[in-house]
Design a protein around this ligand. Structure first.
Ligand SMILES: O=C1O[C@H](COP(=O)(O)O)[C@@H](O)[C@H](O)[C@H]1O
Length: 293
């Protein structure tokens, strides 16, 4: 079972700084075990504020940025360098400010005329290759449901039990979903309860045979996107939802009290955190609330 916590902060700025401090600590903790940290970034306003806060924190020097692998949970399918791309925002706010290894930064492809389906397939290939590399380097940090021998050697007991549960479904459709085990997956939530670029009532919610998918007709601009699928989002040790603003309060309440919105589905293999500002938590019942971040 994943452990679960809800942590509040007064305003978006306080939230961003609190999440930045946690992010630095998480990366330091993962690296202290000798691993290259695998992080999945999200997009949006709070995420950018978190990245800026990390870049501005003196504690950022505790991280060996060359030993962090960066992935994205979703992307707005736009030309390279477009300011609306999640990649552009993360590069501007953080990745250009610290000494990352360019080979370890894995943006989803920009729109170069190849089409979002090809771009999503290429991302799935890249994830699969990274999962394979993790296995051959002797650090079995790969998650796969492709058979009983899948490499969950370093997963927590909870993660192992979930991975075994998944493995037991011989012949299931998600047999080809192969991604590294992410140490941290950050997710925003839209006012409609979308997570990554998985929108309510869209067909991508049901995709379970790939790790990345093209998204069309997104209700939030731009209409064309790429997103990790739910099976891929399920391969993270820690999932952090980072949400600010009154317009998200209904979606947060729905996600935490039922299974009516996409954001209710992702869960960390070992830990799930909901990191909210007071406005985003406004509709939660008092007994759902817990200590401040
Ligand atoms: O379009 C997107 O929006 C959501 C939330 O963004 P926010 O600005 O409302 O915080 C984000 O999680 C997602 O990655 C992004 O593509």
């Amino acid at each position: 079972m994943t452990s679960f916590a809800l942590l509040l902060n007064r305003d978006p700025d306080g939230l961003a700084h609190a999440v930045a401090a946690r992010l630095i600590t998480r990366l330091v903790d993962v690296q202290s075990t000798g691993k290259v940290a695998q992080v999945v970034l999200t997009g949006g306003r709070v995420a950018s504020a978190v990245y800026r806060a990390v870049a501005e924190s003196p504690a950022r020097t505790a991280i060996d940025w060359q030993r962090v692998e960066f992935w994205w949970g979703d992307e707005r399918f736009l030309p390279d360098g477009d300011p609306e791309r999640n990649e552009t925002q993360a590069r501007d706010a953080l990745l250009s400010k610290v000494d990352v290894d360019p080979a370890k930064v894995h943006p989803m492809a920009a729109d170069t005329g190849q089409g979002p389906e090809a771009a999503a397939a290429a991302y799935a290939e890249e994830l699969s290759a990274a999962a394979g590399a993790a296995r051959t380097e002797g650090a079995p940090r790969a998650a796969s449901v492709s058979g009983a021998g899948s490499a969950e050697g370093e997963l927590s007991a909870a993660a192992t039990s979930r991975a075994e549960g998944a493995d037991s479904g011989a012949g299931r459709a998600d047999a080809e979903v192969r991604v590294p085990v992410f140490d941290l997956l950050m997710l925003g939530v839209g006012p409609d309860g979308h997570v990554a670029s998985l929108f309510p009532d869209h067909p991508e919610l049901a995709v379970d045979d790939r790790s990345a998918v093209a998204v069309h007709d997104s209700p939030k601009p731009p209409p064309t996107r790429i997103s990790l699928t739910f099976p891929a989002l399920a391969r993270a040790e820690e999932v952090w939802f980072v949400v600010a603003g009154e317009d998200k309060a209904d979606a947060v309440n729905q996600a935490l009290t039922g299974d009516t919105v996409p954001a209710s589905r992702p869960e960390g293999l070992s830990r799930t955190l909901w990191l909210l500002d007071d406005a985003a938590a406004a509709q939660l019942a008092d007994d759902t609330r817990s200590p401040r971040a």
